[in-house]
Design a protein around this ligand. Sequence first.
Ligand code: SF4
Ligand code: SF4
Ligand code: SF4
Length: 334
Amino acid sequence: MKRRDFLKTTLTTTLGSTAAVGISSQSVMARGNLKPAPDAVGMLYDSTLCVGCKACVSACKKTNNMPPVQAKNKKDTADFARDLSSKTLNVIKVYRNGNLAVKDRQINGFAFEKRSCMHCVDPGCVSVCPVTAMRHNPITGIVTYHADACIGCRNCMVGCPYNVPQFEYENPFGQIQKCQMCNQAGVEKIDKGGMTSCAEVCPTGATLFGSRKSLMAEAKKRMALKPGEVYNYPRGNLDKKPSHHEKEIPIYKKHIWGEKEAGGTNVLHISSIDFDKLGMPPLKDRSSASVAETVQHTLYQYMALPAVALAGLAFTVAKNSNNDKDNDNKGDKK
Ligand code: SF4
Ligand code: SF4
Ligand code: SF4
């Protein structure tokens, strides 16, 4: 069977079977977004509190035993990580505009923005992984990676809307690397009642650890604060007697990133700068995982699609075999 015929037949039978199983808007068994895990933990990153010290980047590297990203001349031992990579799971980026005169101002200003895994409520990386090497903890909501199960297909890199999972291209036995909220096997800081290393060392509370519920309440409270007044900002673990420091309240954008985007995230961000300017992707409220799994489950309902597709392919192969036989018989007669 020629390749062109095979593709044509596959397409025709797929379309035919789709019609045969009667896929319509009524018959699609829609799966909505997953809900936040009952004891979901996460972090609140408040860009207006971040001073760009990168203590969180160093602490993350120490916990995950990762080397610094060196400058080209390699004389400087400082970490020059500018973006996420297989050696950097948490990075602080800078927004710049005009003359950079004022922090947290969109025009002629600058601001910091953190990038790391958002620990999605309905994670795309988990949905597309064919071997459950990416796992979503149903209690804490933490998304972890399991190298022993991974087959290196890199689907998770495509399934993540934040471009978070990074593959170790330089390693012949490369694995995926991403933040696991300090709860990966052998570390398990959260299971032991601790907090993430980045929140632990953050001097200003720009990265704050806690339950998703308390962090969301804190973020909403900050949205309602009066700019110019003073607020007692918490540091460390919001649910376990955090320390505090006073600071003038900035003008926040009335937007909590992660409340709704793509089904929501356990890591929330707030800022004085629009999130598209900070490089966040344009996302609808519905998760890509819920859309993809709705289509997939419908097509495979009662195994109708594979059965019809197989029947179509078998029919074409049989037809081609008969044609070949006829041609052979004609040749014999000559
Ligand atoms: S690379 Fe590994 S973790 Fe990522 S989708 Fe493939 S099997 Fe899953
Ligand atoms: S941010 Fe990406 S890697 Fe992290 S949980 Fe969401 S989809 Fe997965
Ligand atoms: S440790 Fe805190 S203040 Fe320093 S860069 Fe990280 S988030 Fe910002």
